[in-house]
Ligand binder design. Structure first.
Ligand code: C2E
Ligand code: CA
Ligand code: CA
Length: 636
């Protein structure tokens, strides 16, 4: 059968393996790049198949002449494949920008010439297609076909070198390798005449591109065999481009960390897999995407189907699940995102899915009013968008709320609070935009500029503050700031730059932060304390902190949360609790602050307990920092 036949069989084997990979992974890839790889792949497969048929016919009949049309068709296909390699490289290097009509038309010239020459050869000298000798290399048309075909891989290598900065390393290697394989094929064919190794070269080229640049399996999650978040984005943007109407079903396994701690990582993994598998089974689709650690999403195309899937999944997970040896009640929440017409990018849909996931309650929640949710989401997005602008342009204002020293009957300090006013949405509650700032990575910048304005204020009005008996400033710290490398040093440097003593400051850390990040934050806390600043535990009693672990932290002030006080003035047991917490703190030598004092009754209550400072609307509301000195009168 000869070496041609062997080459074709080898090519077929390689392409068959690639084909299996493509079948497994094809559906999730909607990029143009992948489309072109598949086109290249199909063309080369066609050339290989023609080659195999031709070789078999020759082997069976011994008549090469009869296979001339087959060989010609294979050569034409090779010319087109060589051109596609070029388009692929163009796309890698320049993206969609490369596809200006005139450029593509100019790029087509060698293709047109080579295809024309291949066809002309058939009429002028068909023996070339069946020749087993080297003599055909002398024929100008034959040479033209090969030179035109060689033009593309040469240009590809040039592009890969030219655009090496824009490409990742693997793409450069893949393009160079693929081009070299085609070039070697052409050179060998020109040199040996009778041998046809171009298809083999092209097969190797497809292999290189397929494996290195655009491996379709790289988007499959190995634990659950669901596709990953990147694939979800691709898929959704494709649906949107095609203007398909769809809803997204979102399935979340809640409390993963707790599950890990309770039943161990292996069982927790099984639980995740179970959620993925049931989503696939009940959703009747392989296209389930793991969009977050324990959140899966998939699309459905009708309201009825959506209802069915949500109901069945909820029903299924309302029963205990058998995972290996244990039977576990999994907290799986199922929801869906409909009304996606308002969104114009996959990015937004993914964000919305995230937004819904964050709002899922334990158990099963199905939002009934999707329209309201989408509106809430728009607000959520808008706040984030505006916040970036506000932080960049210093539009977040600094407010302060004075704290009242009960024993001396005068104000003694103030807490710094941020305020954000959106041009259309009005004032944004601090909790809301602080959370946004934390999740958008803006909190450190916000904190820095706030500390800067407070230091400037304290430095410019040092005398006025002293006259008013204000001897400390309370600044809120978010966990993210605390974990930022060099946070304490930067803060101290700012104070030094404005000539403000660190001992003026009390840094407030919430109970939840203190217990959750105990180890990580203690370093920062130590540096601040060593410089003379104090640490204040904020919102004490609002979480479920372990008292033991709280007491190991070096705080000198504790703020009792507003909810504790509200309960204490209504309920006897809560009152007893409040009193005993105050006693305990006093026994530890910790200063106490009552938060959220709104009424005279509450004021009387905290005074009787001997609490040091009180904060609340009863004494003063938060105000712009510029109004502070006008509001508080100097003490004689
Ligand atoms: P927080 O640290 O507990 O701040 C006290 C909150 O209670 C403030 O809300 C304040 O306006 C409010 N408040 C004070 N007295 C009363 C009262 O008598 N009754 C009621 N109902 N509320 C009172 P605000 O300013 O909305 O801040 C909410 C939270 O946002 C703050 O809680 C704090 O955790 C955070 N936050 C505010 N500004 C900043 C900031 O610049 N940086 C950081 N990291 N967090 C901030
Ligand atoms: Ca605070
Ligand atoms: Ca507080």
């Amino acid at each position: 059968m000869g070496p041609n036949f062997d080459l074709h069989i080898a090519s077929a084997a390689i392409l068959a393996v690639l084909f299996l990979f493509a079948v497994f992974g094809y559906r999730l890839r909607h990029s143009k790049r992948f489309g072109i790889t598949i086109a290249l792949f199909s063309l080369v497969s066609a050339a290989v198949i023609l080659g195999i048929i031709r070789a078999s016919v020759v082997a069976a009949t011994g008549l090469d002449q009869q296979t001339v049309p087959l060989r010609m068709a294979a050569v034409v296909i090779q010319c087109v494949a060589s051109f596609l390699l070029f388009i692929y490289t163009l796309l890698l290097c320049r993206g969609d920008q490369a596809f200006r009509l005139e450029r593509v038309l100019i790029g087509c010239i060698p293709l047109v010439v080579s295809v024309g020459a291949s066809i002309a050869l058939f009429f002028v000298d068909p023996s070339v297609y069946s020749s087993r000798s080297q003599t055909c290399c002398d024929k100008p048309l034959y040479l033209t076909v090969h030179l035109c075909m060689a033009f593309y891989p040469v240009v590809c290598v040039a592009f890969a070198v030219l655009y090496r900065k824009a490409l990742d390393r693997l793409a450069i290697v893949a393009v160079s390798f693929a081009s070299a394989a085609v070039l070697v094929g052409i050179a060998v064919e020109l040199a040996l005449g009778g041998l046809h190794p171009i298809t083999f070269g092209m097969t190797i080229a497809v292999l290189a591109l397929f494996v290195m640049v655009d491996n379709p399996l790289e988007n499959v999650d190995s634990l659950t065999f669901a596709y990953d978040a990147a694939a979800f984005k691709h898929y959704v943007s494709d649906l949107m481009e095609r203007r398909r109407r769809f809803s997204v079903v979102i399935v979340t396994l809640q409390h993963l960390a707790m599950l890990n701690a309770l039943v161990g990582a292996a069982v927790a993994d099984r639980a995740i897999r179970q959620v993925a598998q049931q989503s696939m089974r009940i959703g009747r689709t392989r296209r389930v995407y793991r969009v977050r650690d324990s959140t899966f999403a998939f699309t459905v195309f009708s309201r009825r189907e959506c209802q069915r899937v949500v109901n069945e999944l909820s029903e299924y997970f309302s029963h205990p699940q058998t995972l290996g040896f244990s039977s576990v009640d999994l907290d799986v929440a199922v929801t869906f995102a409909a009304d996606l017409d308002a969104f114009n990018s996959a990015e937004q849909v993914v964000q919305y899915a995230d937004f819904l996931t964050d709002r899922l309650q334990p158990g099963v929640t199905i939002p009934s009013d999707q329209h309201a949710l989408v509106q809430e989401f728009s607000r959520w997005r808008e706040i984030r968008r505006y916040l970036v602008h506000a932080v960049e342009n210093n539009l977040v204002s600094t407010y302060v709320q004075p704290l009242f020293m009960l024993s001396r009957n005068r104000f003694s300090s103030f807490e710094v609070l941020s305020r954000l006013v959106h041009p259309a949405l009005g004032r944004i509650p601090a909790d809301e935009f602080i959370e946004a700032a934390e999740s958008e990575g803006l909190i450190a910048a916000l904190g820095r500029s706030q500390l800067e304005s407070v230091c400037r204020f304290a430095s410019e009005h040092a005398r006025e503050l002293r006259q008013r008996g204000i001897d400390s400033v309370k600044v809120n710290l978010s966990p993210i700031e605390l974990m930022e490398v060099g946070f304490a040093d930067n803060a101290l440097a700012t104070m030094r730059a404005w000539g403000v003593e660190p001992s003026l400051f009390q840094f407030e850390i919430t109970e939840t932060t203190a217990t959750r990040y105990g180890e990580e934050v203690s370093n920062t806390i130590q540096v601040l304390r060593d410089a003379g600043a104090r640490i204040c535990m904020d919102d004490f009693g609002s979480g479920f902190a372990n008292l033991d672990s709280l007491l190991t932290l070096p705080f000198t002030v504790v703020k009792l949360d507003k909810t504790l006080l509200d309960n204490a003035t209504e309920d006897h047991a809560a009152e007893v609790l409040y009193c005993s917490v105050v006693q305990m703190m006093k026994a530890q030598g910790v200063e106490t602050v009552a938060e959220g004092v709104e009424t005279a009754e509450q004021d009387e209550f905290v005074r009787k307990l001997g609490i040091d400072e009180a904060q609340g609307y009863f004494y003063a509301r938060p105000m712009p920092i510029e109004e502070l000195l006008g509001t508080i009168q100097p003490i004689e």
